[in-house]
Design a protein around this ligand. Sequence first.
Ligand SMILES: [Fe+2]
Length: 187
Amino acid sequence: MKQSLESKTISPLKELLVEELRDLLHAEGQLVKALPKMAKAAHHPKLKDAFTNHLSQTESHVERLKKVFELLGEKAQPKPCKAMMGLVEEGKETIEEGAEKENFTADLSLIVAAQKVEHYEISGYTSVRNLAHQLGEAAVVTLLEQTLNEERTADTMLGQLSMPLMQNEPGEAGKESRSFRTKAQTA
Ligand SMILES: [Fe+2]
C-alpha cells in the first residue's frame, strides 16, 4: 500500500475516486467546448437541439463535479483526460468529413461520434459512483447518479434519432422525408 510522507492516511479507494473525478472534470470541460461545434455541424433540427440541450447539461455536470470535490474536501483540479481528447479529435474529423457527405450520413456520423463520448462518460460515472458507494459517500453517490442518468438518457436519445436517419438509405424511399437531402443522390 502506498504510504504518504505524513501520518495522514488517505484511503487508496478515495485516492482512486478523486483521480477518476479529475479525469471526468477534464473530459466534461472539453465537451463544453466541443458540443457547440457538433450542434453547428448537425443538419437535422432535432439533432441540433439534442446537442444544444446536452451542452447545458454538460455545464451542469461540471458544476456537479465541483460540488462532489467540495463534499470530499478535495480540490477540483482537472487531470488531462487523453481518452476524451482522442474522442474530441475524432469528432473534429467527423465534422470535417461530414462536409463531403449527404446530410443524413453526416448526421449519422455525428451521432456515432457522440455515442462513443456518451459511452465513455457512462463508464466513467458508473465507476466513480461505485467507488463513492463503497466509501459510504451517500451525497456524492446521489450527485453522480444524476449525471449518470442524464448521460444514459442522452445516449438513448441519440440512438432514437439515428433510426429515421438510417431509413434515408437510397432504395428505402418513403420512410423519411426526402426534403432532408440537399445533395444529388448518386446511388
Ligand atoms: Fe456529461
